[in-house]
Design a protein around this ligand. Structure first.
Ligand SMILES: [Zn+2]
Length: 203
């Protein structure tokens, strides 16, 4: 069960990244079985309603505040409690719903390298988007910065351990979808990794 006292993804003991991450209210998370094992990063997309952007509904859905009568599509979301560690919105803004040390509820039935329950050991990042709609340049920039920082925070992560939801739940999930430009993402991540560290940032 989630801790009701922890309603925001604020972890004062965690180092803060050299870019803005806004904590948002969310109780859809719990403890990782092994907090030291954060060894997979999963990229998703979400939009509510599907393929409709710049709505408040993702924030409300992850925050447990979505009015399921607000749109016909939302009827299927009644009682569904899910989350991701972060959502990167169309303008590149990063909002955090779950502390990275905690287990977000994003992967569902999933398998990576013979291990199931990928939520236990993964970080989930949602891009506001849809499988067949190009993501924004600002989203790729924010995602590469965030992934670069997470790779430095968690030595158990590695670029080859950054996957799409469809890679760990094939046949069940299709996101981030064909519109997600992996080559562009890898290029930006490589640029981040070859750049000299910013002031105050660990090398
Ligand atoms: Zn997904």
């Amino acid at each position: 069960m989630p801790s009701a006292a922890l309603t925001e993804a604020t972890d004062l003991s965690a180092p803060s990244p050299p870019f803005e991450i806004t904590p948002r209210p969310c109780t859809h998370y719990d403890d990782r079985p092994d907090p030291a094992d954060i060894s997979l990063l999963v990229i998703h997309n979400i939009s509510l309603p599907p393929a409709t952007f710049n709505t408040p509904y993702i924030d409300e859905f992850f925050g447990g505040r979505l009015d399921c009568n607000a749109h016909p599509y939302f009827a299927r979301l009644a009682g569904v409690r899910v989350s991701a560690h972060c959502v990167i919105y169309r303008d590149g803004r990063i909002w955090q719903y779950v502390p990275f040390a905690k287990r977000a509820w994003h992967a569902g039935l999933s398998l990576f390298n013979g291990r199931d329950k990928c939520n236990d050991f993964s970080i989930g990042i949602e891009l506001e988007g849809a499988d067949d709609v190009p993501f924004t340049e600002a989203q790729y920039q924010a995602l590469s910065r965030l992934c670069h920082w997470l790779l430095k925070q968690y030595p158990t992560l590695a670029p080859e351990r950054i996957l799409g939801h469809s890679d760990i739940a094939p046949g069940r999930k299709t996101d981030p979808g064909p519109a997600f430009n992996w080559n562009f993402f890898w290029q930006l991540l490589a640029e981040q990794q070859s750049a000299p560290p910013a002031a105050g940032e660990p090398a």
